[in-house]
Design a protein around this ligand. Structure first.
Ligand SMILES: Nc1ncnc2c1ncn2[C@@H]1O[C@H](COP(=O)(O)OP(=O)(O)O)[C@@H](O)[C@H]1O
Ligand SMILES: [Mg+2]
Length: 230
């Protein structure tokens, strides 16, 4: 069973003459152990897709299921619980708490979600893996764009979710760091048995993906995974 599945998702914004059809009959699924990429240009509907997949907004029609449970059939409290326990977001706005040091961002997660998070040794290992173990006493305002992104990735993974949803996680990174993030996401998917879904316009990530979807004007197609041999 796919850990997350979207069936015939449509999303409209606005109404009347200003009504726009942003997602068209999207079908998508992700399994544990997979890094899935959704690649498309700016404005193609990537962030809308990701926030609907994570239950942060609702589709106009169609169904999102997590572990076989339809999100629309859950109560608000059940949906919040599912999101908290099973889904990790790395959003474009990062949403680090500005007045907390890096190490305190994780304490904050422990306060909001009391169980199932990584322990201190596992956290240390993750920070080393991301190359940010020396930044724990810094405030978000003291970090570069790339460092901020890596802290946001660490914070999402700290809660040990089944599904990681990342929106343009490599936007501010140079090619070497892009490769590291690609490898890291792939490794996390494999070793920690997670479904990692990355939406991006960054084609440099494609070589790390197990499965790639393309999105264009709100229409999604599954792309062939690897570049054809020359
Ligand atoms: N809340 C909203 N209200 C109206 N239009 C929106 C809203 N959110 C996104 N859109 C529109 O939907 C389209 C897709 O946006 P988005 O999902 O952010 O694309 P991407 O992440 O690929 O850049 C864009 O044309 C955008 O202007
Ligand atoms: Mg976007």
């Amino acid at each position: 069973m796919s850990v997350i599945e979207l069936n015939n998702i449509n999303k409209y914004f606005g109404s009347g003459v200003s009504k726009v059809h942003v997602l068209h009959d999207i079908n998508f699924s992700a399994d544990r152990g997979e890094l899935i990429l959704v690649v498309g240009p700016s404005g193609s509907g990537k962030s809308t897709f990701l926030t609907i997949a994570g239950g942060l907004q609702t589709p106009t029609s169609g169904e999102v299921s997590v572990e076989g449970k339809s999100m629309a059939k859950l109560s608000t409290a059940q949906r919040d619980k599912l999101r908290l326990n099973q889904i990790g977001f790395v959003l474009q706005s990062y949403s680090l708490v500005p007045y907390l040091k890096v190490k305190e961002q994780f304490d904050f997660v422990n306060k909001v979600k009391r169980q199932g998070n990584l322990n201190q040794a596992e956290l240390k290992e993750l920070l080393v893996q991301l190359g940010i173990e020396n930044l724990t006493n810094k405030f978000p305002g003291e970090l570069s764009g790339g460092q901020t992104q890596r802290v946001a990735i660490a914070r999402a993974l700290f809660a040990n979710p089944d599904i990681v949803l990342a929106d343009e996680p490599t936007a501010a990174l140079d090619s070497a760091r892009v490769a590291e993030v690609g490898k890291l996401f792939k490794e996390l998917a494999k070793t920690r048995d997670k479904a990692v879904v990355v939406v991006t316009h960054d084609v440099r990530l494609m070589e790390f993906a197990d499965k790639t979807y393309q999105i264009m004007d709100g229409k999604m197609t599954q792309a062939t995974n690897k570049q054809p041999a020359k």
